[in-house]
Write a protein that binds this ligand. Structure first.
Ligand code: ATP
Length: 239
């Protein structure tokens, strides 16, 4: 279970306080939760605070303990790609296997094959989307109870995104808890149990997707929660 209480990480920007302004929620084990919201809403800040990668106020506990006390039980995955450009994909896997007891080389190999990556590929010579595929394969090769995924689909084509979600669903046992931040709402909508929609550093809506009536869409909820004005562009039209 994830228990987040009054989690805050604030920054000053142009006279305003931005970042994560105080969020509270709990996630039972086994739930797949979308962390959604417009650019700058606070999604990355929230995930980084939960992972204890940023100093913050308030608490974020996973099974009663902070992430920093149990990194072997957590996989933090971003779409930014690997930080080891000189390594081959195979050497990167070996490094992770040495560092993390929960890293499963067979699962890494399966995801590499799925993504058409080869062990001899040098990470720094891969395309943006291919590097992000390596990161996703590496992150998912860890068999852990908690996956914190920050826009893992960045730079991935629509077919890769959909195939990966299907493979991920097939791979999970149902006991893992996943927080997934993404802008690819339509791709993940049917994969999520629940969505936390952030707006300006706070939770604007906590939505159960199992109970979403037919005809109602997650995107429509996001538009309302984010106060999206479809006519706003008119103010910026040339005279
Ligand atoms: P996106 O969808 O664009 O990735 P996000 O929801 O992940 O956005 P965050 O990266 O969490 O948003 O940023 C939330 C707010 O905090 C933004 O206003 C951002 O400018 C600000 N912020 C984040 N990190 C810093 C920092 N290191 N210094 C100053 N401000 C920051």
């Amino acid at each position: 279970m994830i228990e987040v209480k009054n989690l805050q990480k604030t920054y000053r920007s142009h006279g305003q306080t931005v970042g994560l302004l105080g969020v509270d929620f709990t996630v039972p084990s086994g739930q797949i939760v979308g962390i959604l919201g417009e650019n700058g809403a606070g999604k990355t800040t929230l995930l980084r605070c939960i992972a204890e990668l940023l100093p913050h106020k308030g608490t974020a506990l996973l099974d009663g303990k902070p992430a920093s006390a149990q990194y072997e039980r957590i996989s933090y995955i971003t779409g930014e790609g690997s930080y080891y450009p000189a390594l081959t994909v195979a050497a990167y896997g070996q490094l992770l296997a040495d560092l993390h007891p929960a890293f499963d080389p067979a699962r890494y190999a399966k995801f590499l094959e799925f993504f058409s990556l080869h062990g001899s590929d040098v990470i720094g010579r891969l395309s943006t989307g291919q590097r992000a595929r390596v990161e996703l394969a590496a992150g998912f090769a860890k068999r852990v109870p908690y996956y914190l995924m920050d826009e893992p689909f960045l730079g991935k084509d629509p077919f890769t995104r959909r195939d990966f979600l299907k493979l991920m669903s097939a791979t999970l046992t149902g006991e893992e808890t996943l927080l997934l931040s993404t802008h690819y709402i339509e791709d993940v909508e049917h994969f999520l149990d629940r969505a936390l929609i952030l707006h300006e550093g706070r939770i604007a809506e906590d939505l159960s997707l199992d109970t979403l009536p037919a005809g109602d869409s997650l995107l429509a909820h996001m538009a309302t929660a984010c106060h999206w004005d479809p006519q706003r562009y008119l103010q910026f039209e040339d005279e």
